[in-house]
Design a protein around this ligand. Structure first.
Ligand SMILES: Cc1cc2nc3c(=O)[nH]c(=O)nc-3n(C[C@H](O)[C@H](O)[C@H](O)COP(=O)(O)O)c2cc1C
Length: 408
């Protein structure tokens, strides 16, 4: 018992892991992980949108067996959550992508690898041979790169493709400008001071060497040189990507295809018309378009419009199990986790990711139990007042979630 407490002591929630990550990482790395675009209003709204949703729990429902198990494209997931795609994870821990994939597999939830990963997708598969792996794609001007990544991912048994469409250019992230963040990190007096203040992280980075965008490099045929890889990634983004390109993706990908970065009913309908299997409502965790809607604010209208035809997922701002429950209650099949598992990774490596996932899982179960919802199919569909933007417009809580009574 004491061993258990010593390993997770002091970590009651994701916010505790965020604080530990802040202490351990150099400021330049933590800001990259944690920050949002420009003034951070969208980043803040992502959290506030969850706070504005309230539960109306039902009493006297048999909750002796509660399970958040969910079918995610035919995969029997332990919970309606996916460890989402994040690039440059090697900044936070060595072999970070393998660590995230292993932890997700152990928890029984999918892991989505970024095409800007710092481990080869084949190595991630080897680290999690039984894991449910999804592949995220940035489409670049030279379409052969995307085609190569899709072929490699398919051969390695990745089941589902996420095409990210909210990043034609990088959002303006003021903290990166203040920190003079670019790759590889330029050695300045400020950086040296930052490293001296975070010696554990600095030593770990020195031992592992600068993380490389190896996946991209392999598909580009580039030598491992981070500066060139990062420049190529930015320079080569295909700004002409359009809905008609879903047909091209379909030619190269047989499995489920999700479009990540949708925020309107109109685009959700277009995704459906062009044959996508699903969408991820996302503002990239508030890192791209400052002033964009929080995905949770638009979820009810989008789920109403396309929820029967498309798998609707959501990310941006999920930090608690109750957030997962709220998203599912309002019409999402599941959520993607962005920063939450990264805080665990940056704070404590394998143990930190595993603990973050188990904290979220336990919080989901507790919330469902208190809500009187033994399974996710019993989660609420009776919602009053949920209209896109209204919570944002009034600033008042306006969404009430009432779980369906369970049929015995
Ligand atoms: C450090 C970091 C790197 C990211 N890299 C990618 C990426 O390579 N591809 C992608 O589609 N999304 C990327 N995202 C966005 C996430 O997939 C997700 O949309 C977002 O983090 C969700 O918000 P949350 O962090 O508030 O949970 C990144 C997010 C973070 C925090």
């Amino acid at each position: 018992m004491s061993l258990f407490y010593s390993s997770t002591q002091g970590f009651a929630n994701v916010a505790d892991y965020r604080e530990a990550a802040r202490r351990r990482l150099a400021k330049i790395a933590f800001d990259y992980l944690d920050g949002g675009a420009e003034d951070g209003h969208t980043l803040a709204r992502n959290r506030a949108a969850f706070t504005d949703v309230h539960f109306a729990p039902r009493a006297m429902v048999d909750v002796s067996h509660v399970s958040p198990a969910a079918q995610l494209f035919g995969y029997a997931s332990a919970a309606p959550m996916v460890v989402g795609p994040t690039g440059l994870n090697g900044m936070f821990w060595p072999k970070a992508d393998e660590t995230l994939a292993r932890a997700a597999a152990a928890r029984g939830v999918p892991f989505a690898l970024s095409s800007a990963s710092t481990s080869l997708l084949e190595d991630v598969r080897a680290a999690a041979p039984d894991g449910e792996l999804w592949m995220q794609l940035y489409v670049q001007k030279d379409r052969r790169i995307a085609e190569c990544i899709m072929r490699r991912a398919s051969e390695a048994g990745y089941t589902t493709l996420l095409v990210t469409v909210d990043t034609p250019v990088h959002g303006r992230r003021d903290h990166d400008i203040h920190n003079n963040y670019r790759l590889p990190l330029p050695i300045t007096p400020k950086l040296i001071l930052d490293l001296l203040r975070h010696p554990h992280w600095a030593l770990q980075m020195a031992r592992q060497g600068t993380p490389q965008l190896v996946n991209l490099a392999r598909s580009l045929g580039e030598a491992p040189d981070l500066q060139r890889q990062a420049a190529a990634l930015a320079r080569q983004m295909d700004l002409s990507l359009a809905w008609s390109d879903i047909a091209w993706l379909r030619k190269h990908w047989n499995g489920p295809l999700l479009v990540k970065g949708i925020l309107t009913v109109d685009d959700a309908r277009l995704a459906q018309q062009h044959g996508a299997d699903g969408i991820v409502l996302s503002n990239h965790g508030g890192r791209q378009l400052e002033g964009a809607h929080a995905p949770l604010d638009v979820l009810p209208a989008v789920a109403d419009a396309v929820g029967d035809a498309l798998h609707v997922y959501l990310d941006s701002g999920v930090r608690r199990g109750a957030d997962v429950v709220k998203a599912v209650a309002l019409g999402a099949r599941g959520v993607l986790l962005g920063r939450a598992p990264l805080y665990g990774l940056a704070a404590r490596g394998d143990a930190g990711v595993a603990h973050v996932l188990s904290l979220l899982f336990d919080e989901i179960v507790t919330t469902m139990t208190l809500l009187g919802s033994p399974g996710i199919d019993t989660l609420p569909e009776r919602i009053s007042g949920a209209r896109p933007g209204t919570a944002a417009a009034t600033g008042k809580p306006n969404v009430t979630v009432i779980p369906k009574l369970v049929q015995s």
